[in-house]
Design a protein around this ligand. Structure first.
Ligand code: SF4
Ligand code: SF4
Length: 281
C-alpha cells in the first residue's frame, strides 16, 4: 500500500470515529498537495487554470458557454440525453436513485463560492451544465482504496468499474457531487411496469453496463477520444459554440484561445482541485 492510500485510510478512519464530515476530510485529502498559488484567482499560472502542476502532453478540458445554452432552451437536454444514451446510464425515474453524468443545476449550486449579490436576474435564474470536472488535483482519486478511479496522463479521471467495491469514499471526497451510486441494478427492470431501466432499443452494446453497488460518472468520452471522435455532448452541441473541447496544454488550440480572450470561471476553485471545466457566464 502506498503512502497516499495509507494516509487516506487513516483519514477515513479518523473522520468516521470523530464524526467529521466530507468537507473536513476533503481538506485533509488536499493538504500538502496544492501549491498555495493555485488558490489565487489571477496571474500567469492561471492561464490554463491548472497552475505550475499542469502536466505536459495532452490535457483535455472544456469551456462551457452558458449564454448559448440560455438562448437555446432545448440544447442542454439534447446533450444530456445523447450522453446518457450512449453510456447506458439507467433511468430509474426516481430522484433518490438518479444516475447523472451531465446535468443542469442552478447558479447557486454550481458556483457556491461566488457572490450572489447584485447579479443580474437572468444569470441567477439560468441553468448551468455540470459534469465531472476531471480535476487536475482530484481528491476522488486519492480517496479510492482500490484505484478503481484513477487519473490518466491526459488528465481524464477515469473509472474501472470492475475494481469498484462501492465504498463510496470517492463520492464523499468529490466536492462537486459529480458521482452517482447504483443503489439499484441498472440492468434490471421495474417490477411493476416491466420497463427496463436502460431501454432495450437504446442499449449501446459497445459500452459496458454497470452493476448494483458501483459508482459511475462522466468519463470524458474516453472511448470516443480513442477513436478520434469528439465527446458526445460536444458533438450534440454542434457548432453552436456552447461547448468547446480541446487540449489545454496546446497554446494554439481553440480552447486556449477562448481562455486567453474571455473571462471564465471554474467551480469552487478555492478548493485547489483545479477543475478542467471553465464557464463563460
Ligand atoms: S469533479 Fe469530483 S469526481 Fe470529477 S475529478 Fe473532480 S473530484 Fe473527482
Ligand atoms: S464528455 Fe462524454 S461522458 Fe462526459 S458529459 Fe460529455 S458526453 Fe457525457
Amino acid at each position: 500500500m502506498d503512502m497516499k492510500r495509507r494516509d487516506f485510510l487513516k483519514i477515513a478512519g479518523i473522520s468516521t470515529i470523530a464524526g467529521i464530515g466530507a468537507p473536513a476530510a476533503l481538506q485533509v485529502l488536499l493538504k500538502g498537495e496544492v501549491p498555495a498559488s493555485s488558490f489565487a484567482s489571477g496571474g500567469a499560472e492561471e492561464e490554463t487554470g491548472h497552475g505550475v502542476a499542469a502536466p505536459v502532453g495532452r490535457r483535455y478540458g472544456f469551456v462551457i458557454d452558458t449564454r448559448v445554452f440560455a438562448k437555446d432552451q432545448g440544447l442542454a437536454q439534447k446533450c444530456i440525453n445523447a450522453c446518457h444514451r450512449i453510456h447506458n446510464v439507467p433511468d430509474f425515474r426516481n430522484k433518490k436513485d438518479e444516475i447523472k453524468w451531465i446535468w443542469e443545476t442552478g447558479y447557486a449550486n454550481a458556483f457556491t463560492s461566488k457572490s450572489h449579490n447584485l447579479r443580474s436576474d437572468e444569470v441567477h435564474h439560468r441553468k448551468y451544465m455540470v459534469l465531472c470536472n476531471h480535476c487536475d488535483n482530484p481528491p476522488c482519486v486519492r480517496a479510492c482504496p482500490t484505484k478503481a478511479t484513477f487519473k490518466r496522463p491526459d488528465g481524464i479521471v477515469a473509472m474501472d468499474y470492475h475494481r469498484c467495491i462501492g465504498c463510496r469514499f470517492c463520492m464523499a471526497a468529490c466536492p462537486y457531487g459529480s458521482r452517482s451510486f447504483n443503489w439499484r441494478d441498472p440492468r434490471g427492470k421495474d417490477d411493476k411496469t416491466g420497463r427496463y431501466f436502460i431501454e432495450r432499443k437504446h442499449l449501446n452494446k459497445d459500452f459496458p453496463t454497470r452493476m448494483r453497488g458501483v459508482v459511475e460518472k462522466c468519463n470524458l468520452c474516453v472511448e470516443r477520444l480513442a477513436k478520434g471522435k469528439m465527446p458526445k455532448c460536444v458533438e450534440e452541441a454542434g457548432n453552436s459554440g456552447a461547448m468547446i473541447f480541446g487540449d489545454l496544454n496546446d497554446p494554439h488550440s481553440e480552447i486556449r484561445k477562448v481562455l486567453a480572450s474571455t473571462f471564465t470561471i471554474q467551480r469552487k476553485p478555492e478548493l485547489g482541485t483545479k477543475p478542467s471545466i471553465f464557464y463563460i457566464v
